[in-house]
Design a protein around this ligand. Structure first.
Ligand SMILES: *Cc1c(COP(=O)(O)O)cnc(C)c1O
Length: 394
């Protein structure tokens, strides 16, 4: 196969994988006359908590909403501090600000780019109320150390599992480890409902609070209010939010969840193809993609390479543009949050504070990784990256 410079089709960075099952379920939902939170949402919650092995799962309209509610349920508010990773999506830090607390960043490990658990304790103060580990690209954070610190210092652990629906840490499923775990079903995530999320929790009390907060802070679900058992009055017991998942989302989620293992197996194959190709390619260094401990499972959400700027003559952004010009969609996960204008202006974060995060912030590129990529598509990505890098080597 020749690696032509010009390809007739653009290879998207991500494409969701929907089939007839999702199409039929959405149509059945529309025809049922019940499109908001109802039986399909309940079913998706039941299926999801069973998949995770959690006691409860509460559907929400995004992972961001789930993280926000988890912080509120944990009682985090003004004057408190919350520890998280600077290598994450905006949402993880923004929700800390939403509840009036202060984000406190801890640098990441050089191999996985997960929060460096060994550096957390030094950042714990009397004000620290919670810690939000982010399972970067689906690799499990070191939960033994993080949960241990949370217990010792009375912090609530809220896992950002936006990348980590399938992730397992030492034979324990992410979502069944901490008091709260938030998952994302955003368009580009491992399984998708377009927009959507789920929070898992292991206590009945937290579940009830999550449900109430996710629907205006009223005491009864809408679908119960209008059910055949008669009208029930509701009461506002907290000025809650409009964060509920609804049945059209759940129609997609129910079938996406059934396909989750098949999707994972295909992404794993693609990761292995990339790993083999980039193992000895000068200028390119993949972010750690293996399992770190016995009983770990990587969700293989993203494939991230780092450009080695000592070995090539251009910047990451140049490489990014060169790949894009050749018709391949790419992403950046992530530029360090602490250096974005809001966070540096508000909290005084400066370059040099989190050197591992900053080093990677300038070098990471995410390549396409999703089940509908063919072997030829993957070979095309590899060939294109190889060709570009060979031309810009020092
Ligand atoms: C996508 C993402 C989120 C937000 O998920 P939404 O469902 O879009 O709110 C949060 N954290 C990380 C690490 C993400 O990648």
């Amino acid at each position: 196969m020749s690696m032509a410079n010009v390809q007739d089709k653009y290879l998207y960075f991500h494409r969701p994988s929907f089939g007839k099952e999702e199409e039929d379920e959405v149509i059945a939902t529309l025809r049922s006359g019940w499109i908001t939170t109802g039986e399909r949402t309940k079913q998706f919650e039941r299926d999801f908590k069973q998949y995770i092995g959690a006691r409860h799962a509460v559907g929400v309209n995004s992972c961001t909403a789930g993280l926000h509610l988890a912080l509120l349920c944990a009682g985090v508010g003004p004057g408190d501090e919350v520890i998280t990773s600077p290598i994450t999506f905006a949402a993880t830090a923004n929700v800390i600000v939403h509840v009036g607390a202060k984000p406190v960043f801890v640098d990441v490990e050089p191999d996985t780019l997960n929060i460096d658990a060994a550096k957390i304790e030094a950042k714990i103060t009397k004000k620290t109320k919670a810690v939000i580990p982010v399972h970067f690209i689906g690799q499990p954070c070191d939960m033994d150390v993080i949960s241990g610190l949370a217990n010792e210092h009375n912090l609530v652990c809220i896992e950002d599992a936006a990348h980590a629906v399938e992730t397992v840490y030492k034979n324990r499923k992410v979502g069944a480890i901490s008091p709260f775990t938030a998952f994302s079903f955003y368009a580009t995530k491992n399984i998708t409902t377009g927009e959507g999320g789920m929070v898992t929790t292991n206590t009945d009390e937290a579940e009830e609070k999550l449900r109430i907060l996710s629907l205006h802070g009223i005491s009864k679900d809408a679908w119960k209010r209008y059910s055949e058992s008669g009208y029930k009055h509701w009461e506002i017991i907290y000025p809650g939010f409009k964060y509920n998942m609804f049945d059209i989302q759940a129609a997609l989620g129910i079938h996406q969840l059934k396909k989750i293992d098949r999707f994972w197996v295909r992404r794993k194959q693609i990761v292995e193809m990339y790993n083999t190709a980039f193992a000895d390619m000068p200028g390119i260094e993949p972010v750690f993609q293996k399992v770190k401990h016995d009983g770990d499972k990587n969700a293989y959400h993203l494939y991230v390479i780092r450009v080695n700027t000592d070995q090539i003559r251009v910047t990451r952004d140049d490489v990014l543009n060169l790949i894009q010009e050749r018709g391949i969609g790419v992403g950046v996960h992530f530029r360090a949050v602490h250096l974005s204008p809001y966070y540096s202006n508000t909290y005084g974060f400066k370059p040099g504070m989190f050197p591992v995060a900053e080093y990677n912030s300038e070098r990471v590129i995410s390549l396409p990784l999703y089940p509908s990529l063919s072997d030829d598509d993957v070979a095309h990505v590899i060939g294109t990256v190889k060709d570009i890098v060979s031309k810009i080597k020092r």
